[in-house]
Each structure stands twice: as C-alpha cells, then as structure tokens.
Ligand binder design. Sequence first.
Ligand code: ATP
Ligand code: FE
Length: 335
Amino acid sequence: NYILAIESSCDDTGAAIILDNCILSNVVASQKVHEEYGGVVPELASRAHQQNIVPVVDQALKQAKITKEDLKAVSYTRGPGLMGSLLVGGSFAKSFSQSLDIPLIEVNHMQGHILANFIDDANDVKPTFPFLCLTVSGGHTQIVKINDYLDMEILGETIDDAAGEAFDKAGKILNLPYPAGPIIDKKSKIGDPTKFKFAKPKIDGLNFSFSGFKTSILYFIQKEVKANPNFIEENLDDLCASIQRSIVDILMAKIKQASDETGIKQIAIAGGVSANSEIRARLKEGEEKFGWKAFIPKFEYTTDNAAMIAIVGQLKYERQLFTDLSAKSVAKYHI
Ligand code: ATP
Ligand code: FE
C-alpha cells in the first residue's frame, strides 16, 4: 500500500512515498528566502510552500516510480507549526485525497520526528517499548516516554527556548547566518570545547531552560568585544565548540537523569538538533558508559522531512485511523 506524505509545518516543503516501512522517495525543498532575515518569516514561508508543493509531490511520485492512481492514502502534518505553512500542506492533502477518493490521515509533527526511528533504514535495530526519546528541534526540547507507537508521554520539556533555538540564537550573537546549528556543528570540529564556560541552567526535574544560557553568552560576548573588536572572529571555532559542548552537556544530563529515574535504557533521539555530531557521539558513548542501547536515526530523517510523516501515516493506515475532511490545522498540538 503506497502512501503519500506531505510535510509543511515550518520552512521545508516535503513529500515522501512509503511502502511497508520503506521510504521510496523523500523530497525536500528547503526555503532559502529566510536566510537574510535571520529566521523564518511566516508569510514568506506560506508563499514558498504554495509554490513548491505541486512540484515536490510530483517529484516524490516520479522518484518512487509510481503514479497518483497507485496511492492508497494521503498523510499530512496537522500541527504543530506555523499556521500559514500548515494550511498549505493541509489543504493540498485534503484536495488530493478527495480527488483520488482515498483516505486522509493527519499526523502530529513531533510524533513524526520520534517515529522516524522506525523507518526501515533509519536504524539497523528498532527500539522496543517502552523507550525514551530526546526530541530536540527548532521549536521543541522534550524527553518523551514512548509506550507504544501512538502512545507517548512527555516526562520533561523546555520552559522557554528550544535546543535548536539555543544554537540559532547563539549563532546570531556570533554573526552566523540562520540556521546556525549546522554551522556551529561544523566549526566545533576544529575548535576547543573547553576554552569558554557559560552558565548552565539549574532546573529541577526533567525540564530544560535555555534562555539564561543564551543571555550569558550575549553578555560574555558583549564584554569581550568591547575589549577587542575582533574577539569573535579570532575565537570563532573555540566559541562554537564551547557553546555546543554546553548545550550537549545540558541535554545529556537530563536524558541520563530520565533513564536513571525510569530504569529505561533504550534511548532514541529525534528532531533537527539530533543531526548534531556531538550529541550523536555522546548518545552512542552511553552504550558503553551507562549500558544504554542508543537509537540514532539516519541523518536525513532528523531535520524536517516527509518520510517521518509517511511512517506515522502508515502506522495509522494499518489501524484505520483516518481523518475527517473537516480537520483543522493546529499551531499547537500535544503528542
Ligand atoms: P519543530 O520540529 O520543533 O516544530 P522545526 O521543525 O523548525 O521545529 P527541525 O527542522 O526539526 O525544527 O530542526 C531545525 C533545528 O535544528 C534548527 O534550530 C537547526 O539549527 C537545528 N540543527 C540542524 N542541524 C543541526 C546540527 N548539526 N547541530 C545543531 N543543530 C542543528
Ligand atoms: Fe521539526
């Protein structure tokens, strides 16, 4: 049963085709227009989705070597995300399913990030239930306990900024273009992660906070630049490595705490920040250090993509969890 999936929650327009846990195509059109604004501009994102969606779906079908008549269902991201972006994918998915007379399946984007771990080629071995997932993305930072495919509990989450935002805002302070996460990752490889120290948040339980951390970077940089206007340029690699080390330390401490408290040793990661090489390496290290089994999805299933919407679409298709055409897109959507 071929299923088409549409992802349009933020600034990436994605379409994918899945057949029995195998992704046959996974096309993403990333929007470059936001770079010069230093962040996603919602109005421009909606317009770009509208331009991209038809060619992206067309390409996904072509790459999968099928035609639209072969499709058995259409899944799409209902939320969370930017309303104008969600509406484009949602309206397209509804019309498409209606015209082909096949079922419509709504998907929670955050469940998609997590369940990407179950795509056939995402991990060699798949997690078994229950497992924990550190979901780290541009808008979310959560520790989730997954009891079953579609049964999840949030054990802790950020009370302010997300981990991806921490990377991007730190990057902005360092005059790096948006999104800064991948650039910081790259520069960190040649920088010294122990050179600079930043204030770590003290937050009880399994929650996170990154806004104080960001402010501490800002004040530190302002002070140093006053003394030496070239401070950032002269120390960029070390600054990136030190910032990345701090963020990864914060994330690792909480997922370790969650594992200790629940006794669950299967740990997965998901979301755009899980593309980060240091977090991937540190999670893997946990196998030796803490007796974990780590699940680190293939790179292309970490940042926004439609393959993750396709795997959830398939799981819901198998359970006949179809969606009414009157379903509303939702900017906030609890998993
Ligand atoms: P959400 O999923 O919460 O709605 P989003 O969909 O906008 O947010 P994702 O696409 O999942 O977010 O992730 C984007 C974020 O991931 C950005 O903040 C980006 O900087 C960050 N990111 C991507 N690659 C890396 C990397 N290698 N290292 C660190 N951060 C990264
Ligand atoms: Fe996302």
